[in-house]
Design a binder for this molecule. Structure first.
Ligand code: GLP
Length: 251
């Protein structure tokens, strides 16, 4: 079931996420959080960090799994999702860095030619999530084309974590993080599959602004289709979509 919550702004959405996750950590101190990069979750991480601090919530046992990573960037690159997750989530929340995983961690910039190593990384990541008991709350952003993680349109709804080619549009969108030079944007990524995402017990998708309105309409009111990967949320028993009025404008 998909519940849709329309909020005034990102801060209000962030409060809803923070209340949900803070409650979870109090009930389950070693909760498993599914983490995402992008601008949409930033206010949510900020609100959660403030709550953790204000209420002295013990997060020392909390575990985390990120959605995706570029291939070919060393972990230390400031735009690697490893660096981004550590900068935006691990440090502000005070999580134990050893308990937070990003799909490309084992690859650390391995060249694309290292096929066997790269092919093994996806199934190993899914196995690690399962060994942790599965993800309790997965936060998600959405691409303007409806992608979640780096599952571009056409991705199998049953997919596991695997290597993908980045869509040209996504590379153009993300060039802003690479000196506006598309040649610096990696061509490949490793991403949790849509099937992996659907295994999380609760999904929280955040989207703000008119640029996301069409993708949100497809996600909520379109049919379930690989052409809008986020529409797979309709198959999930507990999905919460938190959006502002602009993102909701086509509903
Ligand atoms: C990237 C990430 C996605 C994210 C999307 C939207 O492609 N891989 O996980 O949801 O961007 O980003 P934003 O929230 O900045 O709009």
């Amino acid at each position: 079931m998909t519940e849709v919550i329309i909020v005034k702004n990102e801060d209000e959405a962030g409060e809803i996420y923070a209340n949900c996750v803070a409650g979870l950590i109090k009930r389950k101190p070693n909760a498993v959080l599914g983490l995402a990069t992008g601008s949409s979750p930033l206010a949510a991480y900020k609100a959660l960090a403030a709550k953790v601090k204000a209420e002295h919530i013990d997060v020392s046992q909390v575990r985390g799994f990120a959605l995706d990573e570029y291939l070919g960037l060393p972990l230390s690159h400031p735009e690697s999702y490893h660096s981004t997750i550590h900068r935006t989530v691990v440090e502000p929340l005070g999580l134990d860095p050893a308990k937070v995983h990003v799909p490309g961690d084992v690859l650390n910039g391995a060249p694309l030619e290292d096929g066997d190593k790269i092919a093994a990384a996806g199934p190993a990541y899914d196995a690690a999530i399962e060994a942790a008991g599965g993800i309790d709350v997965q936060i998600l952003g959405i691409g303007t084309d409806g992608h979640i993680g780096f599952n571009e349109p056409g991705s199998s709804l049953a997919s596991g974590t695997r290597v993908k080619t980045l869509a040209e549009q996504t590379r153009i969108d993300n060039a802003r993080f690479f000196d506006n030079d598309i040649n610096q944007v990696p061509t490949h990524c490793i991403t949790q599959g849509i099937g992996t995402v659907l295994k999380a017990r609760h999904l929280v998708l955040l989207a703000f602004g008119a640029g996301k309105a069409e993708a949100i309409e497809e996600t909520i009111e379109g049919g379930v289709s690989a052409f809008c990967p986020a529409s797979a949320l309709q198959l999930h028993p507990h999905a919460t979509v938190i959006i502002d009025e602009e993102a909701a404008s086509r509903l």
